[in-house]
Design a protein around this ligand. Structure first.
Ligand SMILES: NC(=O)C1=CN([C@@H]2O[C@H](COP(=O)(O)OP(=O)(O)OC[C@H]3O[C@@H](n4cnc5c(N)ncnc54)[C@H](OP(=O)(O)O)[C@@H]3O)[C@@H](O)[C@H]2O)C=CC1
Ligand SMILES: O=C[C@H](O)[C@@H](O)[C@@H](O)[C@H](O)C(=O)O
Length: 309
């Protein structure tokens, strides 16, 4: 599955499968990135916020030294929320850590501004312990800065992350460049179909994050996932990752474990019966108000996600 790609609205090919690096510890992530690239992965998803782009960069360098070419891989980074009024500076910092002169895709990580002059580079806090957010900032102004990045050559494409339908509808009338991507949490327990449908209509590619349910893979025991895995003789991870391919989405799987990095490449073709089983499960959770969102940082901001609004 590592050779399958989708087309972005920029004309670029984006791999269907990528290695995630959130919470990948320094000391492990270099090896994970190098191992993934040497074993055929073509996409690495990172972010300034993850605090490990130096090690990701060391992994890239290791892969390049083994003969992998820069132009054959797709590197993603994201501007962190304290840099949403300084996106080029954010990108420069990521590029320096990664040891690259461009990324293939640069995303707005979250559509809000945390105080750039606050008491911490990434997570400024107020005296009461809440995150220090500049509520008067418009995410549309961040997007205008993102658009200006394209002429610098430091990124081939720009996109967003954690954008709800409501936020996309605010942004799109003001966008000179339609985001190439919206990276969102997506799995059968959080299909976010209204966002996926709008993105499809507007030509915005979905990158699905936390496909296994994030840390520890809590979705491995979901009933339809187990059933489909047994039917195909694969592990639940293969079902959860494969779910995204017929949806036309790129899927990001994080692992620092070489055996799992290898295992996660082995996606399967889900048949119509499997897809119906997973869709029925999603619909049931939606109707019962039991959707599961695993990544919802304590920003204290209403991002417009129906399960959280
Ligand atoms: N834009 C955004 O705001 C966000 C983006 N992301 C991106 O998406 C990526 C993936 O999402 P993430 O939240 O990390 O979680 P995932 O859903 O990818 O799950 C990762 C967890 O599953 C474990 N795991 C991986 N493969 C297997 C396997 N085959 N069998 C058993 N366990 C397995 C990993 O363990 P181990 O590593 O120990 O092997 C880790 O604990 C992130 O790393 C990041 O790049 C994620 C969240 C938010
Ligand atoms: O990409 C992964 C997530 O969005 C992560 O960057 C955030 O959850 C961050 O740790 C936070 O606490 O705000």
């Amino acid at each position: 599955m590592t050779d399958k790609t989708f087309k972005l609205n920029t004309g670029q090919d984006i791999p269907a499968l990528g290695l995630g690096t959130w919470q990948s510890e320094a000391g492990q992530v270099q090896k994970a990135v190098a191992h993934a690239l040497k074993s055929g992965y073509k996409l690495i998803d990172g972010a300034y916020c993850y605090g490990n782009e130096d090690e990701v960069g060391a992994g890239l360098a290791e892969a390049f030294a083994s003969g992998i070419k820069r132009e054959d891989i797709f590197v993603v980074s994201k501007v962190w929320a304290t840099y949403n009024t300084r996106v080029e500076l954010g990108l420069d910092k990521s590029l320096k850590s990664l040891g690259l002169d461009y990324v293939d895709l640069f995303l707005v990580h979250w559509p809000l501004l945390m105080n750039p002059e606050g008491n911490h580079d990434k997570f400024p806090k107020l005296p009461n312990g809440e995150r220090d957010i500049i509520h008067s900032h418009s995410h549309i102004d961040t997007w205008k800065q993102m658009e200006a990045l394209l002429s610098t050559g430091k990124t081939k494409a720009i996109g967003v992350s954690n954008y709800s339908k409501r936020y996309l509808e605010q942004l799109l009338p003001h966008a000179k460049v339609i985001p190439a991507v919206n990276q969102i949490e997506n799995h059968p327990a959080l299909p976010q179909q209204e966002i996926v449908n709008l993105c499809r209509e507007k030509g915005i590619h979905i990158m699905a994050y936390s496909p296994l349910g994030s840390t520890g893979g809590p979705l491995f025991t979901a009933e339809p996932v187990v059933k489909i895995a047994e039917k195909h003789g694969v592990k639940p991870a293969a079902v959860l990752l494969s779910y995204h391919i017929p949806r036309g989405s790129t899927v990001l799987a994080k692992s620092v474990t070489p055996e799992r990095i290898d295992e996660n490449k082995k996606l399967i073709d889900l048949d119509a019966e499997d897809i119906k089983l997973l869709d029925d499960y999603s619909n049931k959770l939606t109707q019962e108000g039991k959707l599961q969102r695993f990544v919802y940082p304590p920003f204290g901001v209403d991002f417009g996600f129906p399960d959280k609004s």
